[in-house]
Design a protein around this ligand. Structure first.
Ligand SMILES: C[S@@+](CC[C@H](N)C(=O)[O-])C[C@H]1O[C@@H](n2cnc3c(N)ncnc32)[C@H](O)[C@@H]1O
Length: 223
């Protein structure tokens, strides 16, 4: 179901460098210091949010896993029982790092038939959903995430959520930014019952450029 042009863009991006550092998943020319700042900013907000909600995820799906930064994160910080990692790019899945025996890699998107036997406590999609340009595909993807979650499960997504519009960053894959209000409505329509946003703190970004990475936390049947 994923857009073939977007898939080819990511394949070309990953094939343009033999490096499988996280920074490459943002941009092959992205400085590593910036990538570090980008990832720790998201990690901190996830850790604080999950702690506040006393939520310990054991079974996870990482959508658009890239080179597996988030597989490693959930394994190290939460000792996940298993992490299924999917990505539309074969090159990304082949370059997946830090996965243990509990990691199940899948080439494909959330509609992959290989996922139908699994249900998850947590679905993680960092820097992924804004690469779905088609509105219907984007909505269907969020609906599918809802179906793939266990009751009481949590979807975490990141991307630009304080702006709206298409961002054409040729030759990088294009993005479609959607405002948090639209995210909220679409997630409620999909069936999620509690939606929280944690925006990126932009005050400390002096000299360190990172892509806008706001976070949405959407619960399926939170009591
Ligand atoms: C910007 S990278 C982020 C990678 C990783 N989540 C991270 O934060 O390090 C976006 C990834 O999403 C994948 N992707 C794009 N659209 C997708 C879709 N519809 N389903 C699954 N993966 C997708 C791309 O191939 C790419 O590896």
């Amino acid at each position: 179901m994923a857009d073939e042009k977007i898939r080819q863009c990511f394949e070309a991006l990953y094939q343009s460098t033999p490096d499988t550092h996280d920074a490459v998943t943002v941009d092959p020319n992205f400085p590593r210091a910036n990538a570090r700042y980008h990832y720790i900013g998201i990690e901190k907000r996830i850790i604080e949010y999950l702690y506040k909600h006393k939520f310990q995820p054991n079974t996870l799906l990482d959508v658009g896993t890239g080179f597996g930064h988030w597989v490693q994160f959930y394994n190290e910080v939460y000792q996940a029982r298993y992490v299924v990692a999917c990505d539309i790019s074969t090159t990304a899945i082949l370059g997946l790092r830090g996965e243990g025996k509990n990691c199940f890699p899948i080439v494909g998107d959330v509609f992959s038939p290989a996922l139908s036997k699994w249900r998850f406590d947590l679905i993680n999609g960092i820097g992924v959903f804004h690469h779905i340009i088609d509105e219907s595909e984007w909505r269907q993807t969020l609906l599918r995430c809802y179906d793939l979650l266990k009751r009481g499960g949590l979807l975490i997504a990141s991307g630009p959520m304080r702006e709206t519009g298409d961002i054409q960053t040729y030759p990088k894959p294009p993005k479609r930014a959607r405002q948090y209000r639209y995210w909220r409505k679409t997630l409620l329509d999909a069936g999620f019952n509690t939606i929280d946003f944690v925006f990126q703190d932009t005050k400390n970004q002096h000299k360190i450029h990172v892509p806008q990475s706001d976070l949405v936390f959407a619960w399926k049947g939170k009591q």
